[in-house]
Design a protein around this ligand. Structure first.
Ligand code: HEC
Length: 162
């Protein structure tokens, strides 16, 4: 009987833990943030009009970089093993220094943890932001993760001469 009570207690404790972790009581959590539905075509136009292409090339869309004198090249889109979430894409446009990928932690991309990405927050409308994110999301292609390649532990039959 005592055994059953102990299991009961453990299950309840787990549930309480899940509840606390899952419900994220942090008032600063981004949970629940949803922009209005964006239009990818309008997003592409905004991307060019706002000169995002001064610094970005979009995988497979060389046409978006003609008539541009690049300041630097940060590639957006293409094959990836992990697509950025909607929230991460929004954050990378309006708060680029929040999290800088390890590839861009040096000049000319960032300096002392501050992204060199242009700040658009005074001019970008909410409509432009949701269109841009809709456009950006379409550029990524999920690739299956191949996993680490292990060297075979067992010598092959040939090698052992069997
Ligand atoms: C002056 C250069 C510059 C301009 C202009 C610029 N960016 Fe960036 N952007 C960067 C740099 C540098 C990074 C990488 C460092 C970082 O994450 O902030 C970046 C990162 C990003 C990322 C994350 C990419 C990744 O794989 O981590 C997105 C998305 C992005 N920019 C979108 C935009 C959009 C949309 C615009 C136009 C509204 C824009 N950028 C304009 C320089 C720029």
């Amino acid at each position: 009987m005592a055994y059953r009570t102990a299991i009961h207690g453990a299950v309840l404790l787990c549930l309480a833990g899940l509840f606390m972790a899952g419900c994220g009581q942090d008032p600063k959590s981004g949970r629940g943030l949803v922009l209005p539905e964006g239009d990818p075509q309008a997003g592409e136009e905004a991307f060019v009009r706002l000169h995002c292409n001064d610094c970005h090339q979009v995988a497979g869309r060389e046409d978006l970089r003609t008539r541009v004198e690049p300041l630097m090249t940060v590639t957006i889109g293409g094959k990836t093993t992990r697509i950025s979430t909607y929230g991460e894409l929004v954050t990378s446009v309006i708060n680029p220094s929040h999290k800088i990928s390890r590839y861009y932690r040096t000049a000319p991309y960032s300096k002392e943890g501050v992204s060199e990405m242009r700040n658009y927050n005074e001019i970008l409308t909410v409509a432009q932001l949701s269109d841009l994110v809709a456009f950006l999301q379409d550029q990524y292609e999920l690739e299956a993760y191949a996993g680490p390649s292990y060297i075979s532990y067992y010598p092959s039959e040939k090698a052992t001469g069997k």
